[in-house]
Structures are given as C-alpha cells and as structure tokens.
Design a protein around this ligand. Structure first.
Ligand code: ATP
Length: 346
C-alpha cells in the first residue's frame, strides 16, 4: 500500500483535472480556541465529473466547498483552477473563475433576492456580465433557462417573486440562476436537503439531466450517502470526518465496499435501507455516538473514541494518513492499513 499525497484523479484527455484542492486547510478562531474545520484536504474535480463530499454535520463540507468556490481563502494549501492558483489571479481573471464555479445553497430562500422577480433574478447576471446583449435577449434566455429546470410554462413564473414559489420551485430558480453564466462546475451544497422527499427526487432528477446534457462538473455535498449514490454513482465520493477526508474512491466502491469504519457506520445508519446498498456483513459497532469537538480533537485517529475496531496504542498514536487500499480507493485507518481491505464482493 502506498501513501497518496494527492487524491488519485480520473483525468480528462488533457490530463489535467479542472479543479484541485491541494492540501487545503481552514483554521477558524473560536471561543473554544482555534479549530481546523478542514485539515489538509486533497480533492480534484475533472471536467463533467461528479465529486460527492459526504459527512455528518460539522465535518467541514461547507468550509471545503466555500474554499473551492473562492468564497474564502484557505489558511494553507492551494485551490487550483485550470492549472492556476485562484488566489494568484488578477482581479478580472478571478471574476472569470467565480463565473465558472457557481454555488447553489441549501436554502434558496436565503440566497434569492426577495425583492426581485424571477425574470429580474435571471436577467441581472446575464446583463451584468454581458452574456447576452439587450433586455430582450436576456428575457429570452431567462425563458430558456426556466424551461431547462422544468419550470414550465416559463411565463407562469417570470413575474413571480421568490415567496410566491414552493421550496422545490425556488431551488429550481437557484439552479437556473447558477446556469446563467455557463459554469464549468456547480457546487450543490445540501441543495435538496430542505425539500420533501418526492420533491427532492424530482429536483435531483432535474440536476442529473443537466449533469448529463451540459457536461458540467459537480461538487455535490450531502450528509446522506443514499443521495450520493443516486446522484454521483458514475463519479467519486470523498467521506469527511472532523475536517479530514477519511475515505475516497469511486462512488460504487464507497457505497458497496467501504473500508473505513466511519464510512461503514454511515452506511449502516441509513434508516430505510436502500435494497441495493450492500450492508457490511456485521453492522459496524460504535463505542460512542458522541462526536468530539474540533477544539479538542482526540489524539491519533479522530474517530477512535467511537470506533468499534479501536486498538489501544495503534489508533490513538499518530494521525492516520489517507493511503491507497484498493486501486483508486483510499482510506485513513490504521487497522485497514495494517490488515488490508477485504476483497469487495464480485
Ligand atoms: N466562520 C466560522 N467561524 C468559526 N467556526 C466555523 C465557521 N464556519 C464553520 N465553522 C465551524 O467549522 C466546522 C465545520 O463546519 P462546516 O459548516 O464546514 O461543516 P459541514 O460539514 O458543512 O456541516 P453542515 O452539514 O452542518 O453544514 C463546524 O464546527 C463549524 O461550527
């Protein structure tokens, strides 16, 4: 088994991922002391690829996504886009980068301007960035975008305000707005978690269609592995725990053949088992349900106080490194590193 400094990436014909997070960390000063919300994360997104970031609340998903979007600057490490560190870009190039990477929030109600109609919401960025010339062309494009996100007939929506729409409709408008600037990557941050199940499924289906039709890459953030499975099956998934990536690999492997005890526990915790999800032979036993504070991380593996496979002296010593455990799949677990990963079921 070899240590991986960089998460192995499926690359495009040019051989380069579109975006990489290269050893990025984010430290926040809090009342309880400094916390590492993200600690030396390596991730890459290839053109048109879905990369899912999965973990419980507080694991650092949003913090990582905000760094990827250029909304916050990492405390250390680099965010590379098209081969360049985004924080070394000149102002105009940085603006272009921000256009290329669009963020869709969990709560569109908070991100859509309540005083703008849907038409104004969609035409403002088109006109501001000169994507189209003139109000008529902008209105036509807004019409097309609403059709793309299945808000039809568009004339029923263009003059409405966000509060006149349902949650699912607002989320579709937020996606349409993200599409106004022809992004190369969409960061979808728990973007369906506030929706009822049936609406969530229809919004996910719409996003999946856009993923396939537009060839846009996704950084797809969710606490729910079943949703990562649904949306990111052909992509890769990174599992985060307390600021660190603990397992990474092709989504089918993460779902059907997880190796890290934390990933296995997440799969066991899915309340209504998806019949396709292969359950680990024995449900992963946890010693504790309590998540440690980022301000007082346990020594060694941060998961060790909860882990059923904890070994005294092994797991509470050094921080485990993310190492390759199967081709394309890596995990940060001392026990898996020592014993090797089981062969996945055929
Ligand atoms: N600006 C900030 N200042 C201080 N602490 C922060 C800040 N932003 C996030 N944190 C802390 O960093 C940790 C990671 O937060 P983050 O929002 O990235 O996690 P998450 O996995 O996205 O969780 P959730 O699903 O609840 O959004 C949390 O402990 C959070 O309280």
């Amino acid at each position: 088994m070899t240590a991986v400094d960089e998460t192995p990436a499926v690359q495009d014909a040019s051989g380069k991922p579109l975006m990489t997070l290269d050893g990025v960390s984010q430290v926040f000063d809090t009342k309880a002391g400094p916390i590492r919300a993200v600690d030396q994360a390596n991730l890459s997104i290839n053109p048109g690829e879905v990369l899912c970031l999965v973990g419980e609340s507080g694991s650092g998903k949003t913090t990582a996504a905000r760094m990827a979007a250029g909304l916050t600057r990492p405390s250390s490490g680099q965010v590379m886009f098209d081969g360049t560190d985004i924080w070394s870009l000149k102002k105009r190039d940085f603006r272009d980068f921000r256009r290329s990477v669009q963020y869709v929030h969990q709560d569109p109600y908070a991100s859509l301007n309540p005083t703008r109609t849907i038409q104004q919401t969609l035409t403002a960025p088109l006109l501001k960035h000169g994507v189209v010339k003139g109000k008529q062309a902008a209105a036509e494009r807004a019409y097309e975008l609403l059709t793309k996100v299945d808000l039809t007939p568009p004339e029923n929506y263009l003059s409405k305000y966000p509060h006149q729409l349902s949650g699912g409709q607002r989320q579709r408008v937020a996606v349409a707005r993200a599409l106004t600037l022809d992004p190369k990557i969409i960061i979808a941050d728990e973007s369906t978690s506030m929706l009822d199940v049936s609406i969530r499924i229809s919004v996910l289906a719409m996003l999946g269609r856009l993923r396939d039709e537009l060839g846009v890459g996704f950084l797809f953030i969710t606490h729910d592995l079943a949703i990562a499975k649904y949306f990111g099956w052909r992509g890769r998934t990174a599992v985060m725990y307390l600021g660190r990536i603990v397992e990474f690999g092709p989504t089918p492997r993460i779902i059907n053949a997880p190796t890290h005890p934390y990933t296995r526990a997440l799969i066991d915790a899915i309340p209504e088992p998806d019949p396709d999800l292969t359950r680990t032979k024995n449900a992963e036993s946890l010693r504790s349900l309590e998540i440690p504070s980022l301000a007082h991380l346990p020594p060694g593996c941060a998961f060790h106080p909860r882990c059923g496979r904890f070994e005294d002296g092994l797991c509470d010593g050094d921080v485990p490194q993310l190492i390759q455990v199967r081709p394309g799949q890596s995990a940060a677990c001392h026990v898996v590193a020592r014993d090797g990963a089981d062969e996945p079921a055929a």
